[in-house]
Design a protein around this ligand. Structure first.
Ligand code: ZN
Length: 295
């Protein structure tokens, strides 16, 4: 995808007692908004989750691993799903992309109400190993909050997640990004106290990005008073890659549905949920795909 300026960084601070990630994701959120025709609310919600997914993907151990985060709620957005890898690729969708709600009293998009009550599931697919999956109830539906609880409950890692997407009146994305800071098990109490003091006093992610702060600056603000060592930087992008696995797009309907389609005897057109790319399948394709499925 052309003209991408999005990237993320990772850092260690306080003598390796803190690890931190930060991302700017304006271009890829704008791209997602355009391909999925997202409402302002859906842009904010999916943009936050795409940003978080990329940082969580950066925590994976190997190039082949995949991370999937899904929010299933009873709010109008219904279902959000994001998949990221270790290489800075992310894709995702909202099941109800046109859902919108009135702004909150403070003028912000009401992502919490948009998602509502429900569950958050994180799945890690390891190459050649059993996937790891964990589900927790949603805390606020604001995404950053919910992920903070996920890390505390499911991974026992004290974590603070900050995410923000600012949508202009015309629906374009003004800025998007976020940070994740985590405490290592041996962190001293004075470091914990100082960091929580910082987190209570920093501007929001969108305030920092809108002022033109870089993500390195954002981490310097979050980790003010600590020594910081930047340990990596990665370009990030919205990338689906379904061309290589296009049979899977139609195979997900299952054998019975495929048999129905074959009986109809017509070419079937369907689109990829992640990137909206359209694919056509001939009856011969459908038969081949059905026969490749296990019972
Ligand atoms: Zn696709």
């Amino acid at each position: 995808m052309e003209n991408y300026h999005d990237y993320m960084v990772r850092a260690m601070a306080a003598d390796k007692q803190i690890r931190a990630f930060a991302i700017t994701s304006k271009d890829l959120v704008e791209y997602a908004k355009n391909i999925h025709s997202l409402s302002h609310l859906a842009t904010a919600a999916l943009g936050r989750l795409l940003s978080a997914g990329l940082m969580m993907g950066d925590m994976l151990k190997s190039k082949e691993d995949l991370l999937t985060v899904q929010f299933m709620g009873d709010g109008p957005l219904k279902h959000l799903l994001v998949t990221a890898d270790y290489n800075g690729n992310v894709k995702g969708y909202v099941s109800n992309p046109s859902a919108d709600l009135p702004l909150r009293e403070d003028g912000h998009l009401d992502v919490g109400k948009g998602i509502g009550n429900g569950n958050l599931t994180v799945i890690r697919d390891f190459h050649m190993k059993e996937p790891y999956s964990s589900t927790i109830p949603l805390h606020s539906g604001e995404i950053a909050d919910d992920l903070t609880y996920y890390f505390a409950q499911s991974e026992q890692i004290p974590t603070s997640v900050g995410l923000g997407v600012l949508v202009n009146k015309d629906g374009s994305v003004s800025c998007a990004g976020g940070f994740i800071v985590q405490l290592m098990p041996f962190t001293k109490q004075e470091v914990i106290d100082k960091l929580s003091d910082n987190l209570n006093n920093i501007p929001t992610v969108t305030e920092m990005l809108r002022e033109g702060k870089s993500i390195e600056d954002m981490l310097r603000i979050v980790l003010n008073g600590f020594d910081i060592e930047f340990t990596g930087s990665k370009d990030v992008r919205f990338y689906c890659g379904c061309e290589e696995r296009k049979d899977n797009i139609i195979a997900t309907v299952g054998k019975d549905e495929l048999n129905e389609m074959i009986k109809e005897g017509k070419e079937v057109e369907t689109s990829c949920a992640f990137c909206e790319k359209k694919y056509k399948f001939s009856v011969e394709d459908l038969i081949r795909i059905r026969d490749s499925l296990k019972d």
